[in-house]
Design a protein around this ligand. Structure first.
Ligand code: FES
Length: 117
């Protein structure tokens, strides 16, 4: 059974994207994931993606079940998984994918849905 509070719905504007950054120590043993998570906030602010209809919600997670080749970053609702994310690649993800709507194809290693683009 799905319970939706009309009061909460009225308070909540939609997000265009949700980005999950793995901050776990197996896929980024030198804490690169944590650094990326902090950098993501700065990039979203720079690109005007914190508020309004294109706003992006970011979240950190302790593990995404991959555990190698990180840091791993996932973008929903497309279900696009990026691996080996460096600060330069994170900037491309924010600008090309989140701002301009073009998946960074050369960095994708998994798609949740085959029709995602
Ligand atoms: S620790 Fe990052 S995917 Fe498991």
């Amino acid at each position: 059974m799905r319970i939706v509070s009309p009061r909460l719905s009225a308070l909540m504007d939609p997000y265009a994207h949700h980005v999950l950054v793995c901050v776990g120590g197996f896929c980024s043993p030198n804490r690169e994931g944590r650094m990326l998570y902090a950098e993501l906030a700065r990039l979203l602010q720079r690109e005007g993606l914190l508020f309004g209809p294109r706003r992006v919600k970011r979240g950190e997670t302790p593990c995404l079940g991959v555990c190698i080749g990180g840091p791993i970053v996932v973008v929903y609702p497309e279900g696009i998984w990026y691996s080996g994310v460096t600060p330069a690649l994170l900037e491309r993800i924010v600008v090309e994918h989140l701002r301009d709507g073009r998946v960074v194809e050369d960095a994708v290693f998994h798609r949740l849905r085959k029709d995602a683009d």
